[in-house]
Design a protein around this ligand. Structure first.
Ligand SMILES: [Zn+2]
Length: 140
């Protein structure tokens, strides 16, 4: 089973999650789906914090990206390729191409420092950064 969350109001680009409808879901299912998406994003934020901590970036303070921030990226466009940022359900599992790209790579993923990027661009960028670092001998 494969489903993609779409906004009924996509044409007006309204990102209010309350107006999001899930195809073929009844109201109970819709709440359940929302929960699943929230949990998915909670894990994502947790991983971001771990990554930032590991890299020695400051994760204190309350402006760190949160579930709400990620929710608002749904059905917006990647700031690099204009790819639509989406959430997909397949057999009850969530997948998404939504990532937070840090504008200033020296800073943690605080809200002011993050823009929505699709997975492809995010990976391509980090590969590019890796290859530059490799050239400069910073990493091997
Ligand atoms: Zn992109």
């Amino acid at each position: 089973m494969y489903q993609r969350i779409v906004f009924l109001t996509a044409l007006t680009r309204n990102t209010d999650f309350n107006k999001v409808k899930f195809f073929k879901y009844n109201e109970g299912e819709e709440n359940k789906s929302r929960k699943i998406v929230e949990q998915y994003f909670e894990r994502k934020v947790f991983n971001y914090i771990e990554q930032d901590k590991k890299a020695g970036r400051d994760v204190e303070g309350n402006e760190y990206v949160d579930v709400d921030f990620l929710m608002k990226l749904i059905n917006t466009q990647c700031q690099n390729s204009n790819e639509l940022l989406t959430i997909d359900f397949e057999d009850g599992r969530v997948s998404s191409n939504i990532t937070c790209q840090r504008v200033n790579c020296g800073e943690a993923r605080v809200k002011d420092n993050c823009i929505g990027y699709c997975k492809n661009c995010n990976c391509a960028l980090s590969d590019k950064i890796k290859s530059i670092k490799r050239q400069k001998g910073i990493i091997r």
